[in-house]
Write a protein that binds this ligand. Structure first.
Ligand SMILES: *Cc1c(COP(=O)(O)O)cnc(C)c1O
Length: 385
């Protein structure tokens, strides 16, 4: 086949790892729902397939597609975003090693690092990753990993990936970017100097709120070998059906992200200056502190908006419970619009910690419905304040 890396994003998303089935010619590869594979003689495998925890054709097809869209060389698919993060940390860190992570990291990532891996000897400091001096001050000779989300969840802070990569490398550490919010269509951290990209493919990559999954993407062969070993030895892999659904979602990521981004821009501009709204956090707004940086680093500004209300927690909760098209639910990145009250929902696990989220904030995952309908839905909800 032609060199995929020379092709555009959508072509790669649709074709990488997606050759027609060599036996039947099926244009869409099958879901190989088999735990094991026949051997022609002892140790004589057909095309390397032996046992489903190690390798599976449906998962391989997704992994090839993920590597291609993230401009990586190796991708690994897991049963969830957190399973991907857990296996990645086990692969690259040892007890006594230290992580510097954002003080607005995804609550589940923070819980994994502090409460599961902490007792096993992985240390961490949570700082503002956009403040270079804070990051440099937190790093010690034990620091082996810098961990950043940009845009961050739910504060929508933007961090300069290239600058952070330089800082991490000067400290002898690796830079990991959780690229879930931007998706590989809007931002490719490996091109900006990051060493590792992780995704909750549950979100924009899957895109239809019907599958849980996670991924790790790297270029370095040595890193890949370590991650591949843990993927096989721990076994937190995605099953064939989940891998298939994720592949199907990823094929349309580009067209979905374009619509998520234009809808979110319209909604963010509409929300700004509305009675009762204290602040709209969206990198596509010119007054967002990360606007210029986001313009350089991202193709568009994405589908996530956070809104803070003058009326405190009561106002935020009222709006969260008053919409009809925006569904009150955790998660994000699906075609349907969702609304979340982070301090009691997605980020309840960090309440009272250094990562706590403002109580007057709601987070919108703007879907790809007709934007005028979404505006009318929010207008009605704000009218109840
Ligand atoms: C959801 C999410 C995760 C965790 O992924 P799961 O698939 O839920 O395990 C990690 N990081 C970010 C930014 C997320 O939004």
């Amino acid at each position: 086949m032609t060199d995929l890396n020379a092709l555009g994003f959508n072509t790669r998303a649709i074709h990488a790892g997606q050759e027609p089935d060599p036996v039947t010619g099926a244009v869409v590869g099958g879901i190989v729902q088999s735990s094991t594979f026949a051997q022609d003689g002892i140790g004589q495998l057909r095309n390397g397939y032996e046992y489903g925890r190690g390798t599976n054709p449906t998962r391989d097809s997704l992994q090839a597609q993920l590597a291609a869209v993230e401009h990586g060389k190796h991708a690994f698919s897991f049963s969830s975003g957190l399973a991907a993060e857990d296996s990645l940390i086990r692969a690259v860190l040892r007890p006594g090693d230290h992580i510097v992570l954002g003080n607005d990291a995804y609550g589940g990532s923070y819980r994994l690092i502090s409460r599961v891996l902490g007792p096993w000897g992985i240390e961490h400091s949570a700082v503002d990753m956009a403040a270079t001096e804070q990051v440099a001050a937190a790093a010690t000779e034990k620091t082996k990993l810098f961990w950043v989300e940009t845009p961050s969840n739910p504060m929508m802070n933007i961090t300069d990936i290239a600058a952070l990569a330089k800082l991490a490398h000067a400290q002898g550490a690796l830079l990991l970017v959780d690229n879930t919010f931007a998706s590989p269509y809007l931002q490719n951290p490996l091109d900006l100097g990051a060493d590792i990209v992780v995704h909750s493919t549950t979100k924009y990559i899957g895109g239809h709120s019907d599958v849980i999954g996670g991924a790790v993407v790297v270029r370095d062969d040595e890193l890949a070998e370590k991650i591949g070993f843990v993927q096989f030895a721990v076994g937190a892999v995605s099953g064939p059906m989940d891998a298939f659904l994720t592949t199907r979602g990823l094929k349309t990521l580009g067209v979905r992200m374009d619509r998520h981004s234009t809808n979110a821009q319209r909604l963010a501009e509409w929300l700004q200056g509305r009675a009762g709204v204290e602040r709209v956090l969206y990198p596509g707004l010119e007054d967002h502190p990360g606007h210029e940086l986001a313009k350089r680093q991202m193709k568009a500004f994405g589908g996530m908006i956070s809104v803070q209300f003058d009326g405190g927690a009561a106002a935020a909760r009222k709006v969260a419970e008053s919409t009809s098209l925006f569904t009150l639910a955790e998660s994000l990145g699906g075609i349907e619009s969702l609304m979340n009250y982070p301090s009691e929902m997605t980020h309840a696990s960090v309440k009272g910690t250094e990562l706590a989220v403002p109580e007057n904030l709601i987070r919108l995952s703007v879907g790809i419905e007709d934007v005028d309908d979404l505006i009318a839905d929010l207008d009605a909800a704000l009218g109840k304040l």
